[in-house]
Design a binder for this molecule. Structure first.
Ligand SMILES: Nc1ncnc2c1ncn2[C@@H]1O[C@H](COP(=O)(O)OP(=O)(O)O)[C@@H](O)[C@H]1O
Ligand SMILES: [Mg+2]
Length: 313
């Protein structure tokens, strides 16, 4: 199936010369949730804004549903719903009119059944006659999403949907995003929360300093992270790793009370059995042992570090 969004060698240099995007290429499949993960200033909003036609690219091209965003702007834009990071609502407008008006902006004919469906899906139906200013922060965010869905887009961009949002609201937002995806909408969200990418995404793209460092299925990424660490707490401090254990690639902690052993939990042989046998033969006593999975966070930090080193080289 052709990707719903295709980005080719996209670059953006802002006036003043700052390069916010450096040759980004990416295909987004219909029906997926893609999380663009990156620190502040990485270029996430610039990327989204360019796809949505709010920022003009310096180089490269983007198609949405096969339509070029520059030459067939209206057709491309009509397929997109955008929820910007900042909440911006007319304070005195009623919720339902806010959403109706948004639909009108896209030149779509009135469709009260669709407006009702969107408001119900976002649990805003009971609040439809409230004025925006009377709503809680969470409800305002929902109105922003309802606006973005008002013209029946196939793709929804959520720019930092949970930045500065409390834990309960964050969970609620995640559930909502999953429901939207189940209804067939492709979702691209940006976040600087690793946990959010890990929780929500089918695929994760890591972006830093204008470069897309990696795009990978979340499941595969986590599988690649199959590296684990076995940590052994010793009964007595060790001065050095005994020669008998030299070929196990152990590291001794600074307090000389812990040995750690890195292994691949997906490998046929982890080497753990032999290690524990050799430890017993060497006469070491153990007080405790634990294993630890390397996290998405570690991989993310490592990628960003490597990307920056490469850039310097
Ligand atoms: N209009 C602009 N003019 C100049 N620089 C900009 C403009 N908008 C964003 N930038 C810069 O581009 C970089 C990327 O910004 P942005 O895309 O907002 O990052 P993110 O959304 O990942 O935090 C930042 O360094 C930012 O200061
Ligand atoms: Mg941003």
């Amino acid at each position: 199936m052709a990707p719903i969004i295709s980005i080719t060698d996209l670059s953006k240099t802002y006036e003043g010369g700052f390069e916010a995007l450096k040759g980004v290429s990416l295909d987004i499949e219909e029906g997926e949730i893609l999380a663009l993960l990156g620190p502040n200033g990485a270029g996430k909003t610039t990327l989204i804004s360019t796809i949505c036609g709010l920022v003009s690219p310096t180089r490269g091209s983007v198609t949405v549903g096969g339509h070029d965003i520059l030459h067939e702007y209206r057709a491309a834009r009509s397929l997109i719903g955008l929820v910007p990071q900042e909440i911006a609502l007319e304070p005195f407008e009623k919720v339902i009119n806010t959403v109706r008006f948004s639909r009108g902006l896209f030149g779509k004919s009135r469709d009260e059944a669709h407006i009702e469906k969107v408001l119900r899906a976002l649990t805003l139906w009971d609040k439809r006659n409230n004025r925006n200013q009377q709503l809680s922060g969470g409800m305002k965010r929902r109105v922003m999403i309802a606006k973005a869905l008002s013209h029946e887009p196939r793709v929804l961009f959520l720019d930092e949907p949970t930045a500065g949002v409390d834990v309960t609201l964050r969970r609620e937002m995640w559930d909502l995003v999953r429901e939207l995806r189940a209804s067939g909408v492709t979702i691209i969200l940006t976040t600087h929360y690793i946990e959010e990418a890990e929780e929500m995404a089918d695929r994760i793209g890591v972006i830093d300093r204008g470069r897309l460092l990696l795009v990978e299925e979340k499941a595969r990424l986590l599988h690649q992270l199959g590296r684990k660490e076995l940590r052994l707490e010793l009964g007595e401090p060790l001065d050095a790793i005994p020669a008998a254990l030299a070929d196990h690639n152990l590291t001794l902690s600074e307090d000389r009370m812990h040995l750690s052993y890195a292994f691949d939990s997906h490998a046929e042989r982890t080497g753990m059995t032999r290690l524990l046998g050799d430890i017993a033969s060497a006469g070491l006593s153990l007080r405790d042992l634990s294993t630890r999975q390397s996290s998405l966070e570690e991989v993310f930090l490592q990628l960003v570090r490597e990307g920056r080193e490469e850039e310097r080289a």
